[in-house]
Design a protein around this ligand. Structure first.
Ligand code: SF4
Length: 263
C-alpha cells in the first residue's frame, strides 16, 4: 500500500509565507519580480538566495544529468550545505549508480535516495508485471511522484536542473516557480541555459558524467523507459519511446499553476 503524506489541502501559493527577513506572501506578482531579478543571474546567486531564505528547508534534487552535476559542483564550490537527493526507482542504469558513487566521493557529499517502500516484486504482484509497459503513468506515480511528494512534505524549496529547451513540456519553465502539488517553491537556476552551455561547463571543469551520454542517450532515467535518440530529435524523445509520454509527472505542476490551472 502506498502512503501519501499530505502537508496541506489548500494548493494556493498565496497562502505560503516566506521565512526570514521578508515576511510576505509568495504571490504570482512576487514570482514575476523574482524571475525578472534573476533573469541574468548565474546559478551561484540563485542558490545563495534560496539557501539564505529557506536554509536547510531547501533541498536539491538530481537525476545525475549534466545540469544536475553542474549545480552540485556550484553548491560544493560555494560551500552551500543544502541536502542533495535523488529519486531511486530501484531500476536505474548501473552507470547511473556508479556515477552517484563517483560524485559523492569527488564532491565529498552524501546524496540521499528517495524511494517508494514498494519493491519491484511487490509492485508486480499488486499491479502486474512490467507496469512501465502497461501503465507507465501509474508506475511513475508509485516510484517517483508519491515518494517525492512525501519527501518534500516538510521542505520549503526544491532546486532542480530542468531547462526550457529540454522538451516542449518545459518551454515555459521559470527560474522561480510555485509547485502547488508539493507545496514548495521550485528553483530552476538553469532554466534559461542551453544544452551546449551546460556541456561546455562540464568539459571546462572536467566533471564526470554518465558514459551513456556518449552512446546517444541525451537524458537518462529508468532502464525500461530510456532509449537512445537520433540526431536532431528533442532531448527527451528517447524516454517512454512507445507511449505518448515525455514527463514522469514530477515537473508538470508548476507550469499548470502559472497557466492559472492550479490542479
Ligand atoms: S520511468 Fe519507467 S520504470 Fe521508471 S518509474 Fe516511470 S514508468 Fe516506471
Amino acid at each position: 500500500m502506498i502512503k501519501i503524506i499530505e502537508k496541506k489541502t489548500i494548493l494556493e501559493c498565496e497562502n505560503f509565507y516566506f521565512n526570514g527577513s521578508i515576511n510576505k506572501k509568495l504571490t504570482r506578482e512576487l514570482l514575476r519580480d523574482l524571475n525578472a531579478r534573476f533573469s541574468n543571474s548565474d546559478p551561484d546567486e540563485i542558490l545563495d538566495w534560496g539557501f539564505s531564505f529557506f536554509g536547510k528547508k531547501m533541498v536539491v534534487g538530481t537525476g545525475f544529468g549534466p545540469s544536475g552535476i553542474l549545480l552540485l559542483h556550484r553548491l560544493v564550490t560555494k560551500n552551500i550545505p543544502a541536502t542533495v537527493f535523488y529519486l531511486d526507482t530501484n531500476i536505474l542504469f548501473e552507470e547511473t549508480y556508479k556515477l552517484k558513487d563517483e560524485i559523492e566521493e569527488l564532491f565529498g557529499i552524501e546524496i540521499v535516495p528517495v524511494s517508494t517502500a514498494l519493491s519491484l516484486d511487490q509492485q508486480a504482484r499488486e499491479y502486474g508485471k512490467e507496469l512501465w509497459k502497461t501503465n507507465p503513468d501509474k508506475c511513475c506515480e508509485i516510484r517517483k511522484v508519491i515518494p517525492l511528494k512525501n519527501y518534500l512534505a516538510d521542505k520549503k524549496a526544491w532546486v532542480t536542473g530542468i531547462r526550457r529547451n529540454q522538451a516542449a513540456t518545459r518551454h515555459v519553465t521559470d527560474i522561480i516557480e510555485w509547485d502547488p502539488v508539493n507545496y514548495v517553491v521550485k528553483i530552476n537556476p538553469l532554466a534559461l541555459w542551453s544544452n551546449e552551455r551546460v556541456w561546455d561547463y562540464i568539459e571546462t571543469h572536467n566533471l564526470p558524467y554518465n558514459p551513456l551520454h556518449d552512446f546517444g542517450y541525451p537524458t537518462i532515467g529508468c532502464v525500461p523507459c530510456t532509449n537512445p535518440v537520433a540526431a536532431g530529435e528533442e532531448e527527451r524523445s528517447g524516454r517512454w519511446k512507445n507511449a505518448k509520454k515525455i514527463e514522469c509527472g514530477i515537473h508538470l505542476p508548476a507550469q499548470n499553476f502559472k497557466n492559472g490551472t492550479d490542479q
